[in-house]
Unconditional design. Structure first.
Length: 238
């Protein structure tokens, strides 16, 4: 059987390469039958990919999935108009790979009858587009979640900076008031000087923490930019 491989690799947000790959090859289903499949290769783990498959079917087709085996989800007796007018069972078979997860998409209009490279070839070829749509959906889902998480971290750090700045301002006001009392020859001048020293040290520590938080925010903003770039690459996958 002729194997068609459509794949390219781009830089990922994190330490590994972002996989954008769909290939045509046979995969064994739950009945032990080798069935022609469109196989997507993704970076994330199996559980995450199963979740995005569920979301893809729910949000794009309003279909709910069932479970045929621990690693097999399916949409049964449904129509995918862009592929065929026939009601089909659409299986998604998941298994882990060294770089993430493979997902095999199979399309069956009847028991032991499947779209493939020989039978229902036109329908099978059209099904490739659905699988690529899933790949784009998967990465959009992943990167939007990642960006939301990163933005939440930035917001938390910005709040800490604001709290530190308020504390510094309060300490500076206390130091200024103490200096006025010292200048007026207060009987507590020595205690006030000691207190000011402690407040100045506290402010120095708060400024250092603000610098650290700003550096962390800058790194997080860099991760968001990389996530945006990876998302653009995924959306351009064809």
């Amino acid at each position: 059987m002729k194997k068609l491989i459509i794949a390219f690799v781009v830089l990922c947000t994190y330490s590994q390469a972002q996989q954008l790959s769909v290939e045509n090859k046979p995969v064994m289903n739950e009945d032990g039958k080798m069935v022609d499949s469109w196989v997507a290769h993704l970076d994330q783990d199996q559980s995450y990919c199963m979740n995005t498959y569920n979301e893809f079917m729910r949000k794009n087709f309003d279909y709910r999935t069932g479970r045929r085996a621990k690693n097999i989800l399916s949409v049964d007796k449904k129509t995918f108009a862009e592929i065929s007018s026939l009601r089909i069972d659409q299986r998604a078979i998941f298994w882990p790979e060294s770089n993430g997860t493979a997902v095999a998409f199979q399309f069956s209009p009847g028991y032991d009858i499947h779209f493939g490279n020989e039978m229902y070839k036109e329908e099978f070829n059209r099904a490739e587009a659905l699988v690529k749509n899933y790949v784009r959906f998967h990465y959009k889902y992943f990167y939007e979640e990642k960006k939301k998480e990163l933005n939440s971290k930035i917001k938390s750090k910005q709040k800490s900076i604001s709290n530190n700045e308020s504390r510094i301002k309060k300490n500076e006001k206390t130091i200024s008031d103490n200096n006025e009392d010292i200048a007026a020859n207060s009987i507590d001048a020595d205690k006030l000087r000691d207190k000011n020293t402690k407040l100045e040290n506290e402010n120095n520590n708060l400024h250092s923490e603000i610098d650290k938080l700003n550096a962390e925010i800058s790194n997080l903003e860099g991760e968001i930019s990389k996530a945006d770039e990876s998302l653009k690459n995924a959306e351009a996958f064809n």
